[in-house]
Ligand binder design. Sequence first.
Ligand code: AVJ
Length: 319
Amino acid sequence: MTDEQTLAEHVLQGLSAPQKALSSAWFYDDEGSRIFQRIMALPQYYLTRVEHDLLRERAVELARWIDADDHPLDLIELGSGDGEKTLTLCQTFHDHDVDCIYRPMDVSAHALAELSQRFERHLPRMALEPMLADYFEHWPAISPQRRQVAMLLGSNLGNFDEGGAVALLQRIRARLREDDVLLLGLDLVKDPHIIQGAYDDAQGVTAEFNLNLLRRLNRELGMNFDLNAFSHFASYCPLQGVVRSFLVSGAEQVVSSTVLDREFNFAVGETLYTEQSQKYTAQSIERLARLGGFQEIQVLTDKRHWYALAVWRRPADAD
Ligand code: AVJ
């Protein structure tokens, strides 16, 4: 999903459709990863902090559900980013003598470099095996004696609709063996004002994140998007429990690509759909586990029930 050919194909298709749309998977070039770090520091973007608190405060409990005392672990994080939250988890595992190798995967070299520095500084004795790769296509080498714990944190699963989420879960399942674990961080349905605020900050950081996609297309596909002629629009719908984000064309305009040798017309007010962020309930989490072929072991949530850490087990094929 990361080479230019695929981006070109994706953009050609996405900008030719009646409802223009691009996948949020393309947000995370190095610059996008940097802007996302600023989103995570926003007071409105509660997801990261609540998840971090859960990982910190419930790490021992988590280790128990994973049965880490009796099994050395391969901690495989899919889309680790800079690893700030996982450092806390690894510190607790390390303090409790959990035998653990941390294998972060990410498509951003910048994020992985920061992660390595962070671990070098704070937890130099942790076995660290970073992998610069897309978790859709690659997986670390499997150690036969270790229990794999795949981790998909940050509510990253929320970027997929149900079909896409189930497909991803099934792919992860196919990489795991019986009794391996999937740890999911999932944002929960709550007061819509709180959710809306997290995706529409007054500081404009989320807008910058969204618009950075156009900057990437300008650079990688020789396009000429005028970033001042588009604006960020995000809206949470309580009926569907989903935030949808768009870029809105402020004028009638034509955008071209030298790589694609094509022009794309935008009407004034036309929207380009760039991201969905699904919010979950206990019921929808259970349903996903079932559809993905997992068995729910435990779902940990904070006091306000804003966020969940779901611990799932990969059952035997016959289960
Ligand atoms: C990292 C995909 C979970 O959907 O909340 C943050 C990305 N987009 N603000 C999310 C994001 C706008 C984020 N995920």
